[in-house]
Design a protein around this ligand. Sequence first.
Ligand SMILES: *Cc1c(COP(=O)(O)O)cnc(C)c1O
Length: 424
Amino acid sequence: MSDPRRAVPRTDTVLADPRLAEAAGRLGRAQVKSAVVEQLAQVRRAALAPEAVVDAVLDALPAGGTSLRPVINATGVVVHTNLGRAAYSPAAVDAVVTAAGPTDVELDLATGRRGRRGAAALAALAAAVPAAEAVHVVNNGAAALGLAAGVLARGRRVVIARGELVEIGDGFRIPELVESFGAELREVGTTNRVRFEDYERAVDDSVAFVLKVHPSNFRVEGFTSAVPVSALAALPVPVVADTGSGLLQPHPRLPDEPDATTTLLEGAALVTSSGDKLLGGPQCGLLLGRREHVERLRRHPMARALRVDKLTLAALEATLTGGPTPTAQALATTGPELLARASALAEALGAEAVPTSARVGGGGAPGVELSSAAVALPEGLAEPLRLGAVPVVGRVHEGRLLLDLLAVPPEDDARLLAAVRACT
Ligand SMILES: *Cc1c(COP(=O)(O)O)cnc(C)c1O
């Protein structure tokens, strides 16, 4: 027997392979080299044939410069925080690629002078919500509300109902956010009930605004009462409404989810919201409302610290002006359509299709059940599917793995089928 180490190629020799030289150009030499060293260690242990090294290195390398993996969202949760919330529309994907190089994000090409940053994205947002006198975009929903608190209410008070002291997720709490920007909270009402008179009594010269927060991830039922924005608008201070989900107009399937247009028409002075929930766009925070407030926020030094990247502006404009987003498409899909797709997949896999009830997710509409359908598989497949070449994330329910199709675009059914076949 010859010593297997004799046959171990040199690192530089492997790196000189044209396919690896190409990968090094894309991913950087250091990353490719460390993958080569790792695979050569396998050869030394006689766990890999020397001639298979290049293929093994290519398999081990990420497809691009990011180690983030695209996954198929078969959870039945449309806006899934752990999966990056909203998926971009094809138009938004194109826009991001276009804007990646030097762009005219802050240059007026006609005059050669500096232009308003993201003018087209802001114009698209303004056009989508004519009820807003002015609009601005910041890093996320928390930044939008934080900016409002920090600029309008620093060293002053914000009145909020106790039932709207919301924790969004991962320990992020709206009241703590508002306080961290230098505003003091004045809580009114009880956990389940608040009346107009509670607000009225709490408003004095120290109060900068009344804050209305949409409980976007829970529902209080029973003996409850809240005061709508339309009533709060009669108070002598502005109403700031954190609507959460980024809906710009009412959505027929989500009648209880507040939208920016209705909230402004009801009299809110300022609406804050997220861009990557039901709007279906990039992570960003929308500020819409009265010109005097929006302009004050936009010109404040803090706004610079919360400003968005050109890629976000590009994706937001395309989300607003391009074709339907995957989020909108998911919300427009009916149970019978999904059951037909699930049945076709189930038949191809020798599995069962089942009707399910899916959810909007952390993005809003708590308690709303969307009729959907899934392919039911053995629970043991959950892990291999997550670890596959195309990771699939489903949900385990009553001992079965459900691959829910609500958040899976129909054009991904073939990839889903291939991913399951690869595991069975
Ligand atoms: C999601 C949400 C936020 C936070 O928005 P981010 O974009 O995650 O920062 C704030 N308020 C409400 C009501 C929300 O639903």
